[in-house]
Ligand binder design. Structure first.
Ligand SMILES: Nc1ncnc2c1ncn2[C@@H]1O[C@H](COP(=O)(O)OP(=O)(O)O)[C@@H](O)[C@H]1O
Ligand SMILES: [Mg+2]
Length: 175
């Protein structure tokens, strides 16, 4: 179980907080959606739950253990896998290489198992040809599926995803 205990967060001033004394419980084996209008703090919540940033006050616990005590680096390597809004794939690699690299970095129990990665990418709708070409040649939706496949080949018990139902498009400059 993942829990927050009196989690408090602000960016610039304490009085202008995004969260104050928030208690949440996320049970194993379930999916949860965090819903809110633009600018209400969903991405910030994802960053905190993924251990990319620390709350100003309060705790986040996984299986009863405070992630700050465990170390956020160890938490990110062993416990959590993230689908970022911008996918954050290695852009100079293929989809297959992205999965193989993530498994190596996180010391996944299936690291080195190329057939396992290929199977996962196939299950998410990529052809053998698509998975071996540079990821930048894939569409936004396909890149998002690679990012999802990447979470599935790592052993992390927790997956946190930012805007997983939309396709991120690079912001265009206003004229
Ligand atoms: N690095 C930052 N520094 C200061 N303010 C930020 C930063 N990141 C986000 N914010 C502000 O925090 C609020 C919540 O942002 P965010 O978590 O991205 O919301 P959402 O994902 O729900 O759209 C917004 O008002 C945003 O402007
Ligand atoms: Mg957001």
């Amino acid at each position: 179980m993942l829990e927050t205990e009196k989690m408090t967060y602000w960016y610039t001033t304490a009085s202008d907080y995004l969260f104050k004394d928030v208690d949440l419980r996320f049970e194993p084996g379930r999916s949860y959606a965090i819903v809110g209008q633009s600018g209400t703090g969903k991405t910030t919540m994802v960053s905190l739950l993924a251990g990319l940033d620390a709350p100003k006050a309060g705790k986040i616990k996984i299986a009863g253990q405070d992630i700050a005590k465990m170390g956020l680096g160890a938490y990110r390597r062993r416990q959590v896998s993230v689908v970022f809004q911008a996918f954050n794939l290695f852009t100079y690699m293929s989809a297959l290489e992205n999965l193989m690299t993530a498994m190596a970095i996180t010391k996944s129990s299936r690291r080195g198992d190329q057939e396992f990665s290929r199977d996962m990418l196939r299950r998410l709708g990529l052809t053998d040809e698509q998975m071996t070409q540079n990821v930048q040649r894939l569409s936004g939706g396909q890149q998002q599926r690679v990012a999802i496949a990447r979470t599935m080949v790592c052993d992390a018990p927790l997956v946190v995803a930012d805007e997983p139902l939309g396709t991120w498009t690079r912001p265009t400059r206003m004229r």
